[in-house]
Design a protein around this ligand. Structure first.
Ligand SMILES: [Mg+2]
Length: 121
């Protein structure tokens, strides 16, 4: 599987099948899945803690370490997929909506090369 050829819906179906086979839906309340997303995001941060940006770039050159990060990113995605399934949220539509809102908040002519919050532009 690859990003270029995989639809979000396929990922949702695979995640759902995995969960159904294990009868885990009973544990996946929106609250607990939201906690899961935050915990897994924290596991990404764990790899970066106490490292400078330079050290992190070196760290990511190691294929095994990069794989560890990719697995944590996948864990975050997994939690988001379950949240989306259980809350009946179309992630692609939500992303598209947010992209349009962000484009309004951060017009290119004001935001290009600027790292200020939209309220400060
Ligand atoms: Mg993890």
């Amino acid at each position: 599987m690859h990003d270029a050829t995989t639809a979000i819906n396929e990922l949702k179906q695979l995640a759902e099948k995995f969960r159904e086979e294990r009868d885990w839906k009973q544990f996946h309340t929106p609250k607990d899945m939201a906690i899961d997303v935050a915990v897994e995001a924290g596991e990404i941060l764990e790899h970066f803690r106490f490292r400078t940006n330079e050290e992190i770039m070196q760290f990511l050159k190691d294929p095994q370490k990069k794989q560890q990060i990719s697995h944590e990113m996948s864990d975050v995605l997994w939690g988001l997929l379950y949240l989306a399934i259980d809350m009946d949220i179309d992630l692609a539509a939500a992303f598209d909506e947010k992209l349009k809102l962000s484009a309004k908040k951060y017009p290119i002519e004001k935001a290009k090369g600027v790292n200020k919050k939209y309220t400060e532009l």
